[in-house]
Design a protein around this ligand. Structure first.
Ligand code: KE4
Length: 449
């Protein structure tokens, strides 16, 4: 990898700052998705010129090692040549037909072959659409209205799910977004994650009204939080007992934690699964799938309506196909895990004895500035966000781009080199020790000393 551009002692961001000033005149908050505004970490947004592998370059010419990877999309790294080529080849034949194409069936077969519980799948354009559709299906299949979610889990921005949500909503004062009528959320109940007793109590009183329980099997939108050993099996058992469906929102964990996602890793079969990010290879594509008897309720077969102009478009499908094919090598996940394990173990040495919690699974991790373990959103919300912001900005000054919120996950890709991970660990040491750049030391001395 070429040496990081560390020419300036203090990073120049004047072009990004100028670009941001202009963007805010035309785009609310200057961004097309709130969490990119870097508000929760007290920084100003960076404008990217290009990205490759595990790094990107901003319009001021600064290079960064990227652990956000467009929120977990790029498990192979940015601009993977084979994925890009697949999209470029597809584009030569048109970018959308609004008529079936063979690529849709090819990707559907790959998803069905990879994800244990999926017998049939439908493609949409975002995780929000996938979750919205899965919930409509669950309500139609059970004839019930109530949906149970968990505090801090984020399932996209559909009205009825902006209740105690994570990710960019977690930082908002209101437990749900403005503009959502109380009526739209009265069928949504949010409980603490990992509180199986609370779920059991709710089913005791409302079990015959609950259409589904939806969860991120490993939440990443409150920061990474691990399920207690009995939690996912408990959800499976209790939903089965009461005729409710279990929906795993694997938009992040799908193809991330294993080829079959969290459900394969933990050996739990949900009734429906939502997928996003990796499945589209960096293009706007997501999916929902599950048992055929449920999925066949969708129009035009059944009476549950769900549609999308660009759903299954051949370019996104082609990128998704290549992305999933690249996961098929027997060494892919073991190699990614070995690299991640090395990094995580080194990181554990650095934070030993400090009030920092490191939650990790597979190739995703979150650092919480807290003395206490983080088992749910209440714990995560008590972590020191101010310290996280200082830490984040220090890492950014050292050319390390972490996911810009304490309520997000960081991701390692097969493109991250040992040297980049070593540089990142050195930056952690400085950031954690609050070492600032000294005026006379050149940037490279700080970065690579
Ligand atoms: P999209 O509608 O943003 O494609 O997906 C919504 C969604 C659904 N389910 C889970 C588990 C998700 O993590 C997401 C979206 N993830 C966030 C980051 N944690 C997207 C980043 C953003 O909002 O800009």
């Amino acid at each position: 990898m070429p040496a990081l551009n560390t020419s300036s002692v203090i990073m120049q961001k004047s072009l990004s700052e100028k670009a941001y000033k202009e963007a805010v005149e035309f785009i609310p908050g200057g961004v097309n998705s709130p969490v990119r505004a870097l508000k929760s970490v007290g920084a100003t947004p960076i404008f990217v010129k290009n990205a490759k592998g595990a790094t990107f370059t901003d319009i001021d010419g600064n290079d960064y090692i990227d652990f956000c990877l467009s929120w977990g999309v790029f498990i192979h790294g940015h601009a993977h040549p084979a994925v890009n080529q697949a999209a470029v080849d597809a584009i030569q034949h048109g970018t959308s037909y609004g008529i079936p194409s063979l690529q849709e069936t090819t990707l559907a077969k790959l998803v069905v072959g990879a994800v244990p519980s999926i017998e049939k799948v439908r493609f949409v354009n975002s995780g929000t659409e996938a979750v919205m559709s899965a919930i409509r299906l669950a309500r139609a299949y059970t004839g019930r209205d109530l949906i149970v979610k968990f505090d801090g889990c984020y399932h996209g921005h559909a009205d009825h799910l902006l209740v105690a949500a994570g990710s960019g909503v977690a930082g908002l004062s209101a437990s749900s977004s403005k503009g959502v009528p109380a009526d739209f959320t009265r069928h949504t109940i949010s409980l603490p994650f990992n509180d199986l007793a609370g779920v059991k109590d709710l089913f005791t009183t409302h079990g015959d009204k609950i259409a589904a329980v939806i969860t991120e099997p490993v939440p990443a939108n409150m920061g990474v939080v691990l399920p207690h050993e009995d939690f996912l099996p408990g959800l499976r058992e209790i939903t089965q007992q009461h005729g409710a469906l279990l929906i795993f929102d694997e938009v992040i964990t799908g193809f991330r934690l294993s080829k079959g996602g969290a459900q394969e890793l933990y050996g739990i079969q949900p009734d429906l699964t939502t997928l996003g990010k990796i499945v589209g290879g960096g293009f706007p594509a997501a999916a929902f799938g599950g048992r055929a008897d449920i999925m066949d309720m969708l129009a035009p077969l059944g009476e549950v309506y769900q549609a999308g102009t660009l759903s299954g478009n051949p370019v996104a499908m082609s990128a998704g196909i290549r992305t999933l094919q690249l996961l098929e090598s027997a060494d892919f996940y073991p190699d990614l895990q070995a690299k991640t394990d090395w990094f995580i173990n080194e990181l554990k040495q650095i934070i030993k004895g400090k009030d920092i919690q490191l939650n990790h699974v597979g190739s995703m991790f979150t650092l919480f500035f807290s003395r206490d373990k983080i088992n749910n959103f209440e714990d995560a919300a008590k972590a020191d966000a101010t310290r996280f912001g200082q830490f984040y900005r220090n890492m950014l000054e050292q050319h390390i781009y972490l996911s810009p919120s304490p309520f997000e996950a960081n991701f390692i890709s097969v493109a991250h080199t040992k040297e980049q991970l070593e540089r990142t660990l050195e930056a952690f040491v400085r950031a954690e020790n609050g070492k600032r750049k000294t005026e006379n030391a050149s940037n490279s001395e700080i970065l690579f000393a």
